[in-house]
Design a protein around this ligand. Sequence first.
Ligand code: TXE
Length: 498
Amino acid sequence: MVDQLLLHIDGRNVPAADGGTFTVASPTTGEVLFEVSHATPADVDVAVAAARAAYLDRRWWGIPARDRARVLNRAAAILADRVDDLAREETRQIGRTLREMRAQLRRLPEWLEYFGALAATWEGTVPDFGPNHLNVVRRVPLGVAGLITPWNHPLLITMKKVAAALGAGNSIVVKPSELGPAVPLALAGILEEAGVPAGVVNVVPGLGPTTGRALSEHRGLDKLDITGGTETGRVVAANAGRNLVPVTAELGGKAPVIVFDDAPVEAAVAGALFASFIATGQTCVQGARLLVQRTIHDEVVQALVARTRALRLGDPLDPQTQIGPLVSQAQRAKVVEAVGRAQAQGATVLCGGRVPEDPGLSHGWFYEPTVIGGITPDHDLWHEEVFGPVVVVAPFDDEGDAVAKANDCPYGLAASVWGADTGRCLRTAQALDVGIVWVNDHHRVDPASPWGGTKESGLGTENGVDSFRGYTRPHSIIVSTAAQPFDWFASTQELRYS
Ligand code: TXE
């Protein structure tokens, strides 16, 4: 049966103003799962107005911060109770394996707890203003934040933004991905059940060029926070910029995985396999470029190819499955095209590189996990984000060569460095022009740890204290404590101006 999903505005589930809908189909079977109301620009106006009203009457940010924290903690507990059902829903919608979605969603209550704790303990400052004044600087919420989120981690990425925005006291309008709106919509219900007042959290599902565009162009926002592709990020940031709305953007990546010659090969290969193929390669920090020191290059590549060939593709709801389908026909077509172009430019497919022939997989958007060699910085695939189960491998000679090759990329989101010599690993980590570097690990995330990139990977950061601060602005109150009255025009005497 096809479930119906509505917009969530001002505490109510409502259809789109014009009754329009779009459908979400299973990437595994092609079956239609949901018919979703498609928010029009008029619906976006209503949602932004509801969020603005909630901000203006202070129904959320006016309550004591410790009470806000209590509500977020209650939401964390409700979410923890429902995680298994929500994980199943995520798997049905986007095709990531149930094992991955359970592992991911079980951690999400931590984001509500962390930002609740920041809310309860956040303090303003009292800068020195000289002898005659006391300056109190409060940090107040920005107002209304528009959040545009993608399909690859529908709830995780929504949660990162929602928890920070709400912890800081903002009202929000969320535009979830058209490929995965169900669980972000369920989050709105959980937050209100926990006690977030109606109007504070609004969700407007819809397509990017219609609903997403209307939200990014809206003059009623005080911040726009997007995770998506780099080209989308440019468009959205330009739209928001015209209204002087500040933007946080977490965009594409092409993370290098650097393996030095003293790394234990088995551990490094297990790490590279995880980095490359978790989420069927559809993550912004995917280890998409494996750089291996020349002396151990062939050994590492052979071991990686053997383990890649052994990965089990299949129904993502089956606990035995390791690799699910890609999210959509368009995403698979992008992968097929990029691999074909790499071959035409002279690269060699070492394994995979095909749509699987198994008739049991023919209804889904499956693609074999793929390792590509014979690639140099002249190939498109060196620089281009594919967002699929494709990793390119290349040798390097020494530390300097590894850093130069890793940094030769338009993106700067993440990287990992593998080796036994801690000094060398840390020197390398510090020389990489990226936002996040793991040493002897990959793709670890924590609500307290900043997450964001340099160059074409975006602007600003999610998670941690910086993200919370980014959802606030200073409000400065300067009080005169002078013993003598101040009367500028009473005399011509030299007076201090401040
Ligand atoms: O994402 P989009 P798509 C990359 C990845 C992928 C490519 C395209 O390389 O292949 O982007 O994926 C909304 N105005 N990443 O097309 O379009 C859209 O509705 C306003 C990296 O699926 O960037 C969705 O809610 N909004 C990434 C969100 O933007 C617009 C995650 C992201 O969708 C819009 C996803 C517009 N004109 C894709 N167009 C990561 N960094 O994790 C789209 N949107």
